[in-house]
Design a protein around this ligand. Structure first.
Ligand code: SF4
Length: 100
């Protein structure tokens, strides 16, 4: 249930998208993946393919941390962002939230 309706008893703060500001995308100028012709590489395919994407593109990316924080802050749980697959980011967000 990635985007639960407002008022849904099962909805959590992890499921509510927010409006994005243009300034929040500044880090994308240095993204290694900005030249990728087919962004579906980062979203589709079996887990082994996504892990390969992380190795090839994300591990040496200069904005990996910014990418990861952007995805978590904006509750983006699909695809590869910041060198992590969605469920890994979600677990990280959950752990962070519990330690606050
Ligand atoms: S960390 Fe990966 S998904 Fe994020 S900008 Fe870099 S290459 Fe792209």
């Amino acid at each position: 249930m990635p985007y639960a309706a407002e008022g849904d008893a099962a909805a959590s703060k992890f499921d509510t998208p927010r409006k994005l500001e243009w300034a929040e995308f500044k880090w994308t100028e240095s993204a290694r993946c900005k030249e990728v012709k087919d962004p579906r590489l980062f979203f589709d395919g079996p887990e082994t393919d996504l892990k390969r994407v992380i190795l090839v593109w994300c591990d040496e990316c200069p904005v990996k941390q910014a990418c990861l924080e952007f995805a978590i802050r904006n509750k983006i749980w699909d695809g590869v962002w910041g060198g992590m697959m969605g469920r890994t980011r979600r677990r990280l967000a959950y752990r962070r939230d519990r330690t606050r």
